[in-house]
Design a protein around this ligand. Structure first.
Ligand code: 2NL
Length: 340
């Protein structure tokens, strides 16, 4: 009998309820006509006289406890009644849950990936933390090149040099080391440079680099590929022009402009009257880069290019300050709607 009282005491103690119905079920189960407490009171009638006082006291305590518990649960649920009020119109449509928009940089990246995937380019991913070989040495960047300076690159460890990648071509070095040509791939991703943050520069930004290696790949292939990309990205009427440039990993190298997508070449504030805007760097992969990655430069040639995703996004969406992409202010973010 004492054990039963103890058990019921614990059961009452631990009980919780979310609804009034739940409390009523509990009341019937404990204090109802066939309830556990009522049963104990029936048993009490047959108990030995010397135990009557002690057990009787305990039973009364239990009865009070059960009553208190039921009252307090009823009271709490009374105050948190969330059933619809009398005038609520249950036929009104539910509140819409906004899934919001994709980040503008993701929209542009997805568009670039889509455009290149239609002409057979795959996507290669890599790590943001790289070693010196994949970020610099394999790409022909000399030991005394200014990009390697602590002022320009974030080093995680010196000797061996481990760093935050400054370009996504590091991914393509891995691809070249592990794949037999033909290779046709792009690598979108975040890169880091030790720059003072301003409207035009940031210590992190995003790139898409492209690489095509096969037998007899020529500069004409590069031009045609980039013309296709420019037309798909900025419109069928877009023209391109290539200006000679220099990168350590390409020979010959060029920078590519597109005819201004806003004034169509007449000159406006976006292109600063030039009629052209620069969008990417490119060139023929330097044969020594191929050899560094164990691809025979006598058999194979290739082209490569690299563009900043922020730059393309700023141009397409007329964003004037690079920092907006990283502040995550919803008033900025929600302006962009994507289909991919
Ligand atoms: C720029 C210039 C460029 C590349 C990136 C590349 C990759 C490999 C080999 C050779 Cl694996 N080149 N990438 C080539 C030329 C230019 O980027 O101004 N980017 C924003």
């Amino acid at each position: 009998m004492k054990n039963k009282i103890e058990e019921l005491f614990n059961e009452i103690e631990l009980f919780t309820a979310n609804t009034k119905e739940h409390v009523e079920e509990f009341r019937i189960k404990i204090t109802g006509k066939k309830g556990k407490l009522t049963e104990l009171f029936d048993d009490f009638k047959t108990i030995a006289p010397e135990l009557r006082k002690e057990v009787g006291q305990k039973l009364n305590e239990l009865k009070n406890k059960a009553q208190d518990k039921i009252n307090s649960l009823k009271e709490t649920l009374e105050n948190t009644d969330d059933r619809p009020k009398e005038n609520t119109d249950l036929t009104l449509p539910a509140k819409t849950v906004s899934i919001d928009s994709r980040h503008s940089l993701s929209i542009i990246r997805n568009q670039i990936v889509d455009i290149f995937s239609r002409i057979g380019f795959t996507v290669s991913d890599g790590l943001e933390i790289e070693d010196d070989w994949h970020n610099f040495t394999a790409l022909n960047t000399p030991a005394d090149h200014p990009a390697r300076d602590m002022q320009d690159t974030f080093y995680i460890n010196k000797n061996p040099d481990i760093l935050l990648r400054t370009q996504t071509s590091s991914v393509q070095v891995h691809v070249m080391e592990n794949t037999k040509p033909p290779i046709r791939t792009i690598s979108p991703g975040r890169v880091y440079r030790n720059e003072a943050i301003s409207a035009r520069a940031h210590c992190q930004f995003h790139q898409v680099e492209g690489l095509y290696i096969d037998k007899k790949v020529s500069f004409a292939d590069l031009k045609q590929t980039l013309l296709y990309f420019s037309k798909e990205m900025f419109g069928e009427e877009t023209k391109i022009r290539l200006r000679p440039s220099f990168f350590p990993f390409t020979e010959i190298s060029a920078e590519m402009d597109i005819s201004c997508p806003f004034c169509k070449g007449d000159g406006c504030s976006i292109c600063k009257g030039a009629g052209w805007v620069e969008i990417l760097g490119c060139g023929m992969v330097d044969p020594s880069v191929l050899d560094n990655c164990k691809i025979d430069s006598k058999q194979y040639s290739g082209f490569a290019f690299g563009m900043g995703i922020e730059r393309i996004a700023m141009l397409k969406y007329q964003v004037k300050d690079l920092r907006l992409f990283f502040e995550n202010d919803v008033r900025f973010l929600k302006q962009f709607k994507s289909v991919i």
